[in-house]
Design a protein. Sequence first.
Length: 359
Amino acid sequence: MEAVHRAGVPGLFAEVCDGEQVWRGAAGVADVATGRPVTADLRHRVGSITKTFTAAAVLRQVEAGRIGLDTPIGHYLPKLVPGERGDAITVRMLLHHTSGLAEYLPYAYPSLKAFPALADTGPQSLDDHRFTRFAPTELIEMGVTAPAVGTPGGALGVYSNTNYLLLVQLLELVTASTAEQYITRDIIERAGLRDTELPAGPHVDGPHSLLYESWFGMIDPPRDYSVFDMSWVGPSASLISTVTDLNRFFGMLLAGEIVSPWSLAQMQRTVPVVSQEGKTIDYGLGLYPMESPGQSTFWGHGGTVWGGGALAMTRADGKRRMAVAVNLQRWNRLDSSGKPQPHPIDDALATLYRVAMYG
C-alpha cells in the first residue's frame, strides 16, 4: 500500500479477510492540504460496485416472479425503450451490457465527448455540473436515442450506464417504491451493512477522504470532487460504503446469502464486454471475475467516480476477500491519439491486488 502511495495516489485504504483473519491498513492522506491521514474505516464513493447491488435487487424480484430475466424491457417500460428495440432487449441483456444501448455520459457532459479518447477535451463539464440534478429518464433518453453500439444480444457487449438506469426504473415499477428505498431495504439492510447508503444529496456523510480528480493530467494539481450530485448515475454507481461493508456484502453474495444459488449462477454466466477503458472483459450480471494463471478465481466489481475508485473481489468459495479504495482517478496522461499512457500507479495497484488476493 505504501508503494501505491509513493507512486502518486494521495491516499488509499483496504481490508483483506482470510477466513476469520482480518487485516486492515491505510497509506497516505485524506486531505493533501491539511495532511489528515486516511484510515481503513473511512466511508467512500465506490462507483459501479453499486451495479452488483442493483443486479442483486433485480434478481430478488426475478425470484419473486415479478420480473422475467428473459422478458423484453419493452414489456415493462415501453415508453422508455419503444418499438422493436424494446421488444428485442431483455432484462438479462441490460444486466450484462449486451443491449446495444449507448452510454449517455458524453451527452450529459458534452465537453467530455467520447470517453476515453479525450485528447482534445477538457474537464469543464465536471465543474459545470457539480450540483446539476439530472432526471434519470432524461439520461436514459440520451442513451436510447444515441447511435446504437451493437445489436441486442450480440456476441460482444459494450459497457453502458444506460442499461442500469433502465434497471433502476424497472425496480421502481415492480416494487412501487424508489430504487434507493428498495435496494436499501432488501439488499443493504438484509446484509447488515451499517455504513453503506445510496445518498440523497451531494455530500458524503461521516468520516471520509477528499476525492482528487486529475482528468488525465488536465487538472493539475488534481481537484477535490468529493462534493458532487450523484444523480448523473443514480443507483447504478452512486453507492457510499466502506471496505469492511464491501467485503461483508460480497462474502455473503458468494455464499448464496443475498440471492439464491440459481440467481448467483446466473450472475456468474459471463459474456465478453468492452469496458469504458476500451478493454474486453468477461462480465456477468453485475459481477465479473478476476483470475491469474494457476490461481483461484475471484468475483466482484470495480468502480470509479470523479476523484475516487474502489475494487472489491472475493474468492469463489467466499473465504478470501479484498476491498481497496483510492482517492485519485484518471492519473494516466494521454498521448497524441488520446490513449492513456502507463503510469507507475498502475503497476503498484496491480501488485497490491495480487498480494491481497493470493498472499
